[in-house]
Design a protein around this ligand. Structure first.
Ligand SMILES: Nc1ncnc2c1ncn2[C@@H]1O[C@H](COP(=O)(O)OP(=O)(O)O)[C@@H](O)[C@H]1O
Ligand SMILES: [Mg+2]
Length: 332
């Protein structure tokens, strides 16, 4: 039995558009962490980074519950690396890659992971809306490259709606992505692990009738969305979705945990994005999936902390994952 408690730095809050969700996750994780195992110290990166640096020598592990930019994008991970504090989420490189939906697609495609048809769009470059509509069809989806919680995301159903949707995406980021609209069953796949990966049961997401997609309200207002785990899909799809979630975790150099969003459309699964710090309230999707695998919320937090400590023990670099497409390249 451990005689001393682990000192845990719990980071939540921050300054992204997902601050409130992050604070909620932090609050609930703090309440659920077993006080006989952990002494929890809370830090809000918006105000407390100086204190974190000052306390670093006495911290054993960090639980980072930050969503969006900055926080999920590698910046906080870099600071923790400098402070030699292990943490439960992906390292600097993987976090930065996964935060950018356009860059992620490059790595997904390298790893043979299917994605919707897409076009990358840059602010200040001339955008030929007609050509993009021609290529992707209508409706199409426009989203900022680096955001989360569906912020800045629109479904474009007519040519007139293209420009305002692009403006909404550029309000969040200088880079946007236009994607083919996939109509079908939305699912998400959680993964836990560093070297050995555990795929959690797939969750099916059914936004309520008032929501045309899994938008901000549908995500965070109680009762707006049905989240069903295990998903009511053919076991073959469930297996493939789990494999794709694990492949995405590897392709984006993830460690600790991840959650990959997908859509089953016309009999095919396409990957939308991978979250390196998935929502962490007890009713969020990753905890829900962990619950279906027999791991309650407190046990999930224990596991995440264990995985963080394991990375340190193994002296892994935080971006240790080596996707097969890198290994398989012919020597020059
Ligand atoms: N290509 C697409 N086709 C259909 N719906 C989409 C598509 N891309 C995103 N969506 C909808 O928007 C939601 C958010 O998109 P996602 O890419 O997961 O970004 P984020 O969750 O980071 O905001 C998805 O859960 C889905 O409901
Ligand atoms: Mg998503």
């Amino acid at each position: 039995m451990r005689l001393t408690k682990r000192n845990v730095a719990l980071l939540s809050g921050g300054s992204s558009g997902e601050r409130e969700i992050s604070l909620k996750g932090g609050e609930q994780a703090c309440a659920a962490l077993d006080p006989s195992k952990y002494a929890v110290f809370r830090y809000d990166p918006q105000t407390d980074l100086g204190r974190l640096v000052a306390d670093a020598a006495n911290i054993d592990v960090a639980l980072v519950i930050l969503h969006g930019v900055p926080g999920e994008d590698g910046t906080v991970q870099g600071l923790l690396d400098l402070l030699k504090i292990p943490y439960q989420c992906t390292g600097v490189m993987g976090s930065a890659i996964a935060m950018n939906k356009l860059v992620s697609k490059y790595f997904y495609e390298k790893a043979g992971i299917p994605v919707p048809e897409y076009v990358g769009l840059q602010r200040d470059e001339k955008v030929d809306a007609a050509r993009i509509i021609d290529r992707l069809g209508l409706p199409l989806v426009i989203k900022p490259a680096s955001a989360g919680s569906s912020l800045g995301l629109s479904i474009v159903r007519s040519a007139d709606a293209f420009a305002p949707a692009l403006e909404a995406a550029f309000a969040c980021d200088d880079t946007a992505v236009a994607e083919e609209y996939l109509s079908g069953t939305e699912i998400t796949g959680g993964v836990l692990g560093n070297r050995e990966l555990q795929t959690l049961p797939i969750v099916e997401i059914v936004p309520g009738g008032d929501h045309e997609f899994f938008d901000f309200e549908a995500k965070y207002s109680a009762g707006e969305t049905d989240e069903i785990c295990p998903a009511r899909i053919d076991p073959k799809f469930a297996q493939t979705a789990g494999d794709l979630a694990a492949a995405a975790h590897r392709a984006l150099f993830c460690s600790g945990c991840s959650r990959t969003d997908m859509i089953i459309s016309s009999g095919r699964i396409r990957v939308l994005e991978t979250n390196t710090i998935p929502g962490m309230t007890p009713v969020s999707l990753l905890p829900l999936a962990a619950g279906a695998a027999g791991m309650n919320y407190a046990q999930l937090l224990d596991r995440l902390i264990e995985l963080a400590m394991e990375k340190r023990k193994d002296q892994m670099t935080t971006d240790w994952q080596n996707p097969s497409f890198i290994r398989e390249q012919e020597p020059l």
